[in-house]
Design a protein. Structure first.
Length: 93
């Protein structure tokens, strides 16, 4: 059964959690954490979202983000951040 579509927030504020497949680690070294934070900074400037809080754990991430009213949706923002980090992570090996 397919998952239900994400309900849009009237405030534009979202608590987003990213987790490794099967709860696997997504951060192994300090450079991994730094690369993810760099991706957040890069796309915060490009997409115009506000980042209120973040917590990076070895196997998951929590973000509190507000979409820009005239910017990209939370789905587009998270796709950009995730893709940038995965490309970096895969090329770091």
């Amino acid at each position: 059964m397919p998952r239900l579509a994400r309900k849009r927030s009237d405030s534009g504020i979202y608590h987003v959690m990213l987790r490794g497949t099967n709860k696997q680690r997504i951060f192994h070294e300090d450079a991994d954490y730094q690369s993810f934070l760099d991706a957040l900074r890069t796309y915060r400037d490009i997409c115009g979202f506000q980042l209120y809080a973040w917590c990076l754990m070895p196997n998951h991430v929590h973000l509190l983000i507000r979409e820009s009213p005239k910017g990209e949706t939370i789905s587009q923002i998270m796709k950009r951040i995730g893709t940038k980090y995965v490309y970096w992570y895969c090329s770091a090996d």
